[in-house]
Design a protein around this ligand. Sequence first.
Ligand code: EPS
Length: 397
Amino acid sequence: MRRLRLLTGGESHGPRLTAILEGLPAGLELDREAIDRQLARRQHGFGRGGRQRIEHDTVEITGGLRGGVTLGSPLVLNITNRDWKSWTEAMDPWNVDEPAAAARRVTAPRPGHADLAGGLGTAQTADLRNVLERASARETAARVAAGAACAQLLGRYGIAIRSGVLQVGPHVVHEGAPTWELLGNVDPASPLVTVAPDEEEALTAAVRAAREAGDTLGGVVGAAVRGLPPGLGSHVHWDRKLDGRLVQALLSIPSVKAAAIGDGIEVAGRPGSEAHDPIVPGSRGLDRPSNHAGGLEGGVTNGADLVVRAFFKPISTLRQGMPSVDLSTGEVTTTVWERSDVTAIGAAPVIAEAVLALVLADAMLETLGGNAVADVDAAWSSYCSRLAPWWRPESAE
Ligand code: EPS
């Protein structure tokens, strides 16, 4: 990122997760409850494991905020791991109790997880827990908290994000890219937050069947962002192009193996006349009657809704186990299961929203500049005036 910096730290079963977000302008009022609502969404979803019954994720801010207003110094966001109390002896930073650590030792790497590759890469094959603790998708809680703060900056300028599940395992509820309107169908309280509430029952049945079989499921998530002005990102150099930056952020979410912008891979097989979006005069300046491009052309936002999809592989901890090799003995074995999610796809939309908010807030600040929110406001207003003949924002209401 160019204007913002984000670091997260903390193990899945350590005392807490911490995110340090630097670069938010001073003077931005933050709503704690809105951050906590996003954290609660991340814990939601049919098919989650026992861990979510232990945790009650809420944010504790220990830096960068005074009286609910950002100071321009690093925003330090913490989320307590309630499960830590069952792991204090095995995960103590200084004095690990050997019998407790031995009881938690993992030596059979799970195919699909970071266990083997990370263990080999960091010389920690004697106990793969040293790798999997950090590779766990629990880390996304820290990103969701930081992303929720960025979403509040975007919200100040009328930019809003929606998301939902398009596919669970093999069950496709929506083919292709979603629209902003379609994502409005999602009921956040529904078990799998899909864009087709009528199909929730069939989807939960599929998750139940996978659970009974000791198996796991992935799926597809869609998200759309309304209100982004044209011109964010850059057409001039590979590492500044916004599409590349967004896809990097989406692929950094655990389990994501592919991401698409707009119609994504589908456009490869179409003639140009059916792949590109006409430019016509419209009521808000220039209009695009279709949105195959998903709001990005040449690495730059074009003023249409930004539309993305992220494709999640199934969770790699299977109750039925997977073939593996015990690295301590060299013997062929089956992976061990303690507890896990059958699918985490119900949590995936809010995680996708968080990484989008981070990258888009960064791109906004890159274009508008400003260390103080008042300066960002002034730059926003001047930017919008210049664009007014060509682009006027569509309300995200
Ligand atoms: C997660 C907490 C973890 C896992 C899951 C995500 O809890 P535990 O390991 O204690 O059961 O449920 O992690 C993974 C999916 C993974 O692949 O590591 C959470 O809070 O999101």
